[in-house]
Design a protein around this ligand. Structure first.
Ligand code: PHE
Length: 328
C-alpha cells in the first residue's frame, strides 16, 4: 500500500520548512505549531481512534519522522551556533610570534664526533680518564722522572696532596695499557690543564691522543694513520706533511708533524713517536715483544683550524651569539 499523507502539508513540505529555519527560537515556534497543545499533529493524534489500521500506522510514522526532523535540525543549529562562537573567539596564532631560539652544537662537540668517527673506523677505541691525575700516570709512568725538565716545561697546576690537573691525555694511554695490556689500539680524549693563557692558549684545553701497540708496528704505520686521519678530518683530497725530529720523554724517536695549510704555510699539528720501551715496561708490556706508536694533538686547535676560528677562549665563553655565528 502506498504512503498515506494524513498530515496536511505532508512530511516533505514540513521537511523543507524545517531545513530553512536558522534559529532555535524559530524552530521552537514551529515545533509548537505542530506538537503544541493546539498543534496540528496533536489534533491529528487526537483523532487516531477514528482511523483504520493503515491510516493509523501512517500517522504514527509521520509523527515519528517529524519529531526526528526537528531533533536533527536542532542539533544542526546548536552546532552552527557553537562553531560561530568558536570562530569569533579564535586565537590568531600568527600574531606576535616569539623569536625562535634554538640550541646549536658546540664546535668542540662537533669536532669530537668527526674525530671519533674517523679514528673508530681505523679500529681505535675511545677512552677517557680522570682530570685530576696522580704523579705516576701524568709523569712517572710516562718516563718523566722528578728531576726531568719536562715537568717544569709543562707549567702544571699541582694540588696540595701532590696530585696534578692532568697536563696531557698521555696519562690515559698509561691507564689503558695498565688495564688491557698489549695489543691495544685506543685513543684518549679529554680536558687538559696548563698555566698559560692567550688567544691560542687556554688554561683548560682539550687533547686527543692515539696509541697503537702490537707486534711489528712501525713509524710508517704511524704516519699512514695520521695522514689518512688529517685528510678525512679536513676533507682534503691530498695533504702535504712535514716530519721533524722532536723530543718527548715517553717516545723514542719523537717527531713533530706539520701540515701544509691552504695558504701554503706549514702548521704544527701534532706530536708523536714510537712509545719508549720504559713506558711499555711501566705498564707491564714486554718491549722486546711489543712496540707501537702514540700521537697527540690539541683537539681545540684542530677544531679552530677546521672551522676558521681564531680565539680559543671563545670555546669556553658560553656566548650564544658566538656559537650561533659558528653556524652549527
Ligand atoms: N703529550 C704530548 C703533548 O702534550 C703530545 C704527544 C702525545 C707526543 C703522544 C707524543 C706522543 O705535547
Amino acid at each position: 500500500m502506498g504512503r498515506l499523507f494524513i498530515f496536511e502539508h505532508g512530511v516533505y513540505v514540513m521537511q523543507e520548512k524545517i531545513k530553512n529555519i536558522k534559529t532555535l527560537a524559530e524552530l521552537q515556534a514551529l515545533y509548537a505549531e505542530v506538537f503544541g497543545k493546539n498543534g496540528t499533529m496533536t489534533a491529528k493524534l487526537k483523532q487516531m481512534k477514528d482511523l483504520d489500521n493503515d491510516a493509523r500506522a501512517a500517522l504514527n510514522r509521520e509523527n515519528m519522522e517529524l519529531r526526528e526532523l526537528f531533533k536533527t535540525r536542532q542539533a544542526e543549529i546548536e552546532t552552527a551556533v557553537m562553531m560561530a562562537a568558536l570562530e569569533s573567539q579564535r586565537l590568531d596564532v600568527s600574531l606576535n610570534p616569539l623569536p625562535e631560539n634554538r640550541g646549536t652544537i658546540h664546535p668542540l662537540t662537533q669536532s669530537l664526533s668527526d674525530i671519533a668517527i674517523i679514528l673508530e673506523s681505523f679500529g681505535y677505541e675511545m677512552w677517557t680518564g680522570p682530570e685530576i691525575e696522580d704523579d705516576w700516570h701524568n709523569f712517572t709512568a710516562l718516563n718523566t722522572p722528578e728531576y726531568h725538565p719536562a715537568r717544569d716545561m709543562q707549567d702544571s697546576f699541582f694540588l696540595e696532596n701532590g696530585n696534578v690537573m692532568r697536563t696531557q691525555t698521555s696519562a690515559i694511554q698509561i691507564r689503558s695499557m695498565e688495564k688491557t695490556g698489549a695489543p691495544i689500539k685506543m685513543f684518549g680524549i679529554g680536558a687538559t690543564y696548563r698555566k698559560e693563557m692567550d688567544a691560542t692558549h687556554s688554561p683548560m684545553f682539550h687533547q686527543i691522543e692515539g696509541l697503537y701497540i702490537d707486534k711489528n708496528i712501525t713509524m710508517s704505520d704511524l704516519i699512514a694513520d695520521v695522514r689518512e686521519f688529517l685528510k678525512r678530518f679536513f676533507e682534503m683530497d691530498d695533504i702535504k706533511l712535514r716530519i721533524r725530529p722532536s723530543y718527548f720523554p715517553f717516545t723514542e724517536p719523537s717527531i713533530e708533524i706539520d701540515m701544509m695549510w691552504r695558504d701554503n704555510k706549514w702548521l704544527e699539528i701534532m706530536g708523536a713517536g714510537m712509545v719508549h720501551p720504559n713506558v711499555l715496561r711501566n705498564c707491564n708490556i714486554n718491549p722486546d715483544e711489543y712496540q707501537g706508536f702514540a700521537f697527540g694533538f690539541g683537539w681545540d686547535r684542530l677544531a679552530m683550524l677546521k672551522y676558521g676560528l681564531n680565539d680559543i677562549r671563545q670555546f669556553y665563553d658560553g656566548d650564544v651569539r658566538w656559537l650561533r655565528a659558528t653556524g652549527f
